[in-house]
Design a protein around this ligand. Structure first.
Ligand code: HEM
Length: 532
C-alpha cells in the first residue's frame, strides 16, 4: 500500500511538469500562429505535426490532397510540415516571378539547409538541393554536356533504339511462349505489366549516359518473370532501392525529427534510411571503380565522356570537360558527393519519363480517336519506311504526339510540387511574401485551374496544337509547369521529350495496346505520381 502511494506520488511529480511544459509549448505555438504578421488561409496546424496528419488521411496522395485544399482555401494558402510553413501556390502571376531565369534572383534556392537534409548527410553539392549558384552552375554545365547537347541527344536516341530491340526480342519470346491467339487466329496477344519494362528501358539508357555502364535490366527482368533465373541482380536491386531512397529524402524534408524518431514510427524511417545507405554504397563503388579506370588510362582521349567521368576529371590533369570550364568552383567533390550527383540524375531521369510513358499509353488506350490520330501521324511521317532509322528531325515533326505528351503531363504531372525559397520579402501583385519562406507550386491545381484552361478536366491534346499556320498554341505558359521553370527548370526536358516521342513511335508502329486495368493511376510515393 505504502509502495503504491509512493509510486503514485512519483508519477504525479513527473507528470505535472511534463503537462505544464507541453501546455506552454502548445500555448506558445498557437500564440505565434495567431499573431503571425503575414497570414494566408489554410487548415489549422497541430503543434509538432503541422498539417501532416491530414496528408496521411488522404492516404499519402499529395496531389489530390493539395488540390482539395486549393479548392477550399484558394490560390495561395499555407500549410505546415512540422513547424515549417509553406505557401502553396496555384496563381500563375506568382509562378512567373518565382520561376525566374535571372541570375541571383530572390528564388534561386529550392530548399534551404534543413534538419532533414543535414540528418541525411546530404550536403548541397548535387543539382537538386544545391544552394550555391557557382557550384550548381558548374554541375549543370557538365550535365548539359552529358545529357542535353545535340550529340548526347543522338546518343540517347541510339540507346533507346538498341534498348527497344532488346524489348522486342523479349516481348516476342513472351508472346511466342505465353500468347493467346486473337479471333482471327493470325495474331497473338499477351497481358503485360508495362511499367517495369518502361522503367528498365529508361534506366538502362540513363545509366549508360551518366556512367557508361550497362546494367542489363531488361534481360534480367525477362529471365526473372519467365522463371529462367528468378534472382534479382545487383543493378535491379539498386534501381528498386533508388526509388525508396528518393522517398527517403522527401520524408526527411516533410516529417520533423521528433516524429521520425518516435518509437515504432522510426521503423519506417529506418527502412528508408537503410535503402538510402545501400544506394549510397553502390554509387560510391561506381565512383571508385571509375576512378581506378581513369588512373590506369594514360590517354585522356580514350576516356568515355559520360557524366561520371566528367565529374571525376573536371579541373584535373585528365580533364575531359574541355569547354566546360570549372573556374567558378575550384573545390573538388568527395566521392560520396559525386555518387549523390549520379544518384540524383538516375532518380530524376528514370521515374518521371517511365511514368509519363505509362500514362500516355493509358490515355491513348482509352480513346480510339486519339489512338487513330497517333497512328495516322506515325504513318504520315514514317510511311512504310522499312529501315525505321528515326532522326531528330523526324521527331520534331510529330506535333500531335507531342501534344498528347503535353496533355498527359498537364492532367497527370508526375511531380506534385515544385518548391522555391524566398530569400527576401517580396510583393507579387496583392500577395505579400514574407522573407525566408518556402513557396510550393501546387502543380495539379495550376494545370486544371479554370482561370487558365478551357474545360480543364477534359483530356484534349488538341489544346496544344497551333490553330492556324501563323498562330502558335495559346495558353498561359506560367500555368503549365510540368518541367518547372526559370533557372532551375528541368535540364532533362529535351532529352525526356525526345526519348518519349521515340518510344511512342517504336511502340505503336510494332504493337497494338489495350488497357486492361480499370484504374491504373495510383500514388505510392511522396512526390511522384506512379502509373500501374
Ligand atoms: C517526363 C520527364 C520529366 C519530368 C516531368 C521532369 C520534371 C522535373 C521537374 C518538375 C523539375 C523541377 C524543376 C524546377 O524546380 O523548376 C525537374 C528537375 C530536374 N530534372 Fe527533370 N523531369 C523529367 C525528366 C528528366 C530527365 C530524363 C532527367 C535527366 C536525365 C532529369 C533531370 C532533372 C534534374 C537534374 C533536375 C534538377 C534541376 C535543378 O535543380 O537545377 N529530368 N524535373
Amino acid at each position: 500500500m505504502m509502495f503504491f502511494k509512493e509510486f503514485k506520488q512519483i508519477i504525479l511529480d513527473l507528470l505535472i511538469p511534463i503537462i505544464l511544459i507541453l501546455s506552454l509549448y502548445v500555448l506558445k505555438f498557437y500564440y505565434d500562429y495567431f499573431t503571425r504578421s503575414i497570414s494566408y488561409p489554410g487548415p489549422l496546424p497541430l503543434p509538432i505535426l503541422g498539417n501532416l496528419h491530414q496528408y496521411f488521411y488522404y492516404r499519402n496522395d499529395l496531389q489530390v490532397w493539395l488540390h482539395h485544399l486549393s479548392l477550399k482555401y484558394g490560390d495561395v494558402f499555407e500549410l505546415y510540415f512540422g513547424s515549417s510553413r509553406y505557401l502553396m501556390i496555384s496563381d500563375s502571376r506568382i509562378v512567373e516571378r518565382i520561376m525566374s531565369s535571372v541570375k541571383d534572383n530572390n528564388y534561386f534556392v529550392r530548399i534551404t539547409t534543413r534538419d532533414g537534409l543535414d540528418d541525411l548527410k546530404k550536403g548541397h553539392s548535387g543539382i537538386l538541393f544545391n544552394v550555391d549558384f557557382n557550384s550548381w552552375s558548374c554541375i549543370k554545365k557538365i550535365f548539359m554536356r552529358a545529357v542535353a547537347a545535340p550529340n548526347a541527344l543522338r546518343f540517347g536516341m541510339n540507346l533507346i533504339n538498341i534498348g527497344f530491340q532488346d524489348l522486342e526480342k523479349f516481348w516476342n519470346s513472351l508472346i511466342e511462349e505465353q500468347g493467346q491467339f486473337l479471333c482471327d487466329e493470325q495474331e497473338k496477344s499477351i497481358e503485360i505489366d508495362f511499367i517495369p519494362w518502361a522503367r528498365r528501358i529508361f534506366a538502362e539508357t540513363i545509366m549508360l549516359i551518366t556512367t557508361n555502364r550497362h546494367p542489363h535490366l531488361l534481360s534480367t527482368y525477362y529471365e526473372r518473370i519467365t522463371n529462367k533465373n528468378p534472382q534479382k541482380n545487383l543493378d535491379e536491386e539498386f534501381f528498386d532501392r533508388l526509388s525508396i531512397a528518393s522517398d527517403c529524402v522527401q520524408y526527411y524534408l516533410m516529417v520533423p525529427p521528433f516524429i521520425r524518431n518516435f518509437p515504432i514510427l522510426n521503423i519506417y524511417k529506418n527502412y528508408l534510411y537503410e535503402n538510402m545507405t545501400w544506394t549510397r554504397n553502390y554509387t560510391c563503388n561506381l565512383v571508385k571503380e571509375r576512378l581506378e579506370e581513369i588512373k590506369s588510362n594514360d590517354d585522356k582521349e580514350k576516356l568515355s565522356t559520360d557524366m561520371l567521368s566528367m565529374l571525376l576529371t573536371a579541373n584535373k590533369s585528365k580533364d575531359i570537360t574541355r569547354d566546360t570550364p570549372n573556374d567558378n568552383n575550384e573545390k573538388s567533390m568527395t566521392h560520396e558527393e559525386i555518387g549523390d550527383n549520379i544518384a540524383e540524375i538516375l532518380i530524376e531521369g528514370v521515374d518521371s519519363p517511365s511514368n509519363t510513358l505509362s500514362f500516355v499509353l493509358y490515355y491513348i488506350g482509352n480513346d480510339p480517336d486519339i489512338e487513330q490520330r497517333v497512328l495516322n501521324e506515325i504513318d504520315k511521317i514514317f510511311g512504310h519506311r522499312s529501315d525505321f532509322n528515326i532522326t531528330y528531325e523526324d521527331l520534331s515533326k510529330l506535333e500531335y504526339i507531342e501534344a498528347v505528351i503535353k496533355e498527359v503531363l498537364r492532367v497527370r504531372p508526375v511531380t506534385a510540387t515544385i518548391t522555391r525559397f524566398a530569400a527576401h520579402s517580396d510583393q507579387i501583385d496583392e500577395y505579400v511574401i514574407p522573407p525566408s519562406t518556402h513557396l510550393s507550386v501546387n502543380i495539379l491545381s495550376l494545370h486544371v485551374h479554370p482561370n487558365y484552361w478551357e474545360e480543364p478536366m477534359k483530356f484534349d491534346p488538341t489544346r496544344f496544337l497551333a490553330r492556324s499556320d501563323n498562330e502558335k498554341e495559346v495558353y498561359d505558359k506560367n500555368a503549365l509547369v510540368y518541367f518547372g521553370g526559370g533557372l532551375r527548370m528541368c535540364p532533362g526536358k529535351q532529352f525526356a521529350m525526345t526519348l518519349l516521342k521515340m518510344m511512342i513511335v517504336l511502340l505503336y508502329s510494332k504493337y497494338k495496346f489495350e488497357v486492361i486495368t480499370k484504374d491504373p493511376l495510383a500514388q505510392n510515393s511522396i512526390n511522384t505520381q506512379y502509373c500501374y
